[in-house]
Structures are given as C-alpha cells and as structure tokens.
Design a protein around this ligand. Structure first.
Ligand code: NAD
Length: 319
C-alpha cells in the first residue's frame, strides 16, 4: 500500500508516517515545515519506503503529482493552533480550505481514497456534551479570528461530502486534543506541551481563565490508530468520526496532574483569556467526544490512559 501524508512532518502526521511504515506501507510526506519539523522524521533518513517532499499543499500541481499512484491520502496539513490562526487568519484559511480542495480534487481525479483531518473545534461552543457527530455546532461571530479555524475545518467537511456525492471515497476524522512526543516544544497549540515544559523548568503553570474548562486528551498513538482505521475500513467511507478519549478533565486538574507526575515545585498561575489572546477571545467551556460511532463503525477504542500518556510525554520532554 502506498500513502501520501500531507502534514507528514508535523506532530500527528509524523506518528502516522511511522505507524504506516511499521505496517509495511510506502509513504510520501508532503510538508512545508511551517510547524512541522525535519527532526520529526529524521529517524527515517535511511528508510527506502519513505520520502519527505518539502512543498505547499496549496500547490495543486505538486499535490496532483504526489497523489497519483497512491492508495490513500491522509490529509493532515493545516495551519494549526490558536496562536498561528490569530496571527495570520488569512494564510490559515487559505491553507485550511484551498489545501483541502486541492487534495480532494486530485484524489477525485485519480480515484484515490482520502482521510481528512478535521477537529473537535467544529462543535464550537455547543453545550451538548459529549459531542455526537450529528449534533449541533455553535460558533461565535465571524469577526473573531479564532472561529475561522473551526469554520475552515467545517467547510473542509462540506467539501468532503460534496466530493463523496460525486463518487470520491472519503472519510473525516475529528481529533480531540492529541498529545504526546513531538508536540511543539514551544507549546503552541498544546496545553499539555506548555504545562510539561513549565513544570520541568520549575516555572508557574499558566492556566487560562478559571481552569474549570474541560477537555479530553488523546494520546497520539490512539489518534493515529483511529486515523488508519478510518482511512482504510469500508465502514468509515462517507462518514465523520470523533477520534478522542472520552475521559474529560478540567485544565486545572491537568496542570496538577502534570506537576504530580514531574515531581515539580511549580505552582499554578491563572491568566485571563483576554490577557493571552485579546478581548474578543471566546473559548468552549466543555469539550468531550461521544465515541460510540467510531467504536461501532471501525472498532476504535483509545487504549492509553491520560496518566500513562502524560508519563510518556514527560519522558520525551526530559530527553
Ligand atoms: N493535535 C490536535 O489535537 C488536533 C486536534 C484537532 C485537529 N487536528 C488536525 O490534525 C492535523 C495535524 O495537526 P497536528 O496537531 O499534527 O499539527 P501540526 O502543526 O504539527 O501539523 C500540521 C502540519 O501541516 C504542515 N503544513 C502547514 N501548512 C502547510 C502547507 N501549506 N503545505 C504543506 N504542509 C503544511 C505543518 O508544517 C505541519 O507539519 C491538522 O489538520 C489539524 O487541524 C489536530
């Protein structure tokens, strides 16, 4: 089997590349190294079944060329993380919408199956938690850049369905806070990475808001396993699937857990959202998936507990 992994030098993408290679696939990764890093795939330098192409997913010709001859395209390339999206919403939207259109159009022309990475962000501030795939989406006003990411991902999903109706074999996965080794060490886009860094350097852990907002954290090997199932199993065709742990915890609790597991002397410091992201910022209060659809259709079940996943992540950061 041969795969194209867009965003393959990124956090989830590079783990997906490893998992596909371990299953005997040939893999090409397309990445412009915006947030991806060569070091994420440096261990594959001598792997003949792997190739990293440095390029832009908005380059339609390149995407077309790399798609041709593949069995599956896993489309993960995106501008990710609130900080990047707020810093340059236009560039983020271009990549996150045009890039996806390019991938879907090329896959459609070459009759290649696609699995597209979407996000729990599409549920926005819906209060119907846990989120069910066919549940409501509640997004804030369009002049708040933060919502452009969720809107772009939702438009990606609409594009997937439009192509599905033309005959494309496509599945969509909605990730819920993946974490693990290779998350951005600066902590952009990952509260786990930020907390672990702060705890290991004995700095205060910056908890946004009152810390009572909840999230569910999914260890990256689980996100990757679900992605491969969604990209290969017939039952996932034409479907959107939540891929996430159903264990929901408050951010304050997560911070305390990281302190306990690192043995750090750090304390918590509470920072208002406005101070971190500006006056217009809005954040979903609770976020957790209903995993029953993924369980039923593809047998997806996260295996790594939060404590084990945090231990492995802390180990990597120490290294
Ligand atoms: N990590 C999570 O918890 C999470 C949650 C929801 C959705 N997602 C989605 O999963 C996918 C992977 O995210 P990640 O967490 O690994 O983040 P990441 O930033 O590590 O991965 C994104 C990759 O896309 C690459 N990229 C960005 N713009 C590009 C372009 N124009 N052309 C080619 N490559 C480009 C980046 O360099 C990076 O390697 C993204 O689509 C993201 O939206 C992730």
């Amino acid at each position: 089997m041969r795969a194209l992994v867009t965003g393959g030098a990124g956090f989830i993408g590079s783990h997906l590349v490893d998992a596909l290679l371990a299953r005997g696939w040939e893999v090409v990764a397309l990445d412009n190294l915006f947030t991806g890093r060569r070091s994420n795939v440096a261990h594959l330098a001598d792997e003949p079944r792997f190739r990293l192409v440095e390029g832009d997913v908005c380059d339609a010709r390149l995407v077309e060329e790399l798609t041709c001859g593949c069995d599956v395209v896993f489309h993960l390339a995106a501008v990710v993380g609130v900080t990047h999206v707020i810093a340059n919403p236009l560039a983020a939207m271009r990549t996150n919408v045009l890039g996806t259109e390019n991938v879907l159009a090329a896959a459609y022309r070459h009759r290649v199956r696609v699995c597209v990475a979407s996000s729990s962000e599409v549920y926005g501030q819906s209060e119907q938690v846990p989120f069910v795939e066919d549940g409501p989406r509640v997004l804030g006003p369009t002049w708040i850049p933060r919502w452009s990411y969720a809107t772009a991902k939702a438009l990606d999903e609409h594009l997937c369905f439009a192509y599905r109706d033309q005959g494309l074999e496509v599945s969509v996965v909605r990730y819920f806070n993946a974490y693990g080794p290779r998350t951005d060490p600066q902590g952009y886009g990952s509260v786990v990475a930020r907390f672990v860094n702060q705890a290991l350097s004995a700095e205060p852990l910056t908890v946004l808001g009152d810390g009572q907002q909840t999230r569910s954290f999914t260890y990256v090997s689980d996100s990757v396993e679900g992605t491969i199932l969604a990209g290969t199993m017939p039952a996932a065709l034409g479907e959107v699937l939540n891929l996430g742990s159903e264990e929901e915890i408050t951010i304050e609790h997560l911070a305390l857990e990281v302190i306990a597991l690192t043995g750090s002397r750090s304390r918590l410091t509470y920072v208002p959202y406005e101070a971190a992201y500006g006056a217009d910022f809005a954040e979903p209060r609770r976020r957790a998936p209903d995993g029953s659809k993924a369980r039923r259709l593809i047998g997806f079940e996260p295996r790594v507990s939060l404590r084990d996943g945090l231990r492995r992540t802390i180990e990597w950061f120490r290294g």
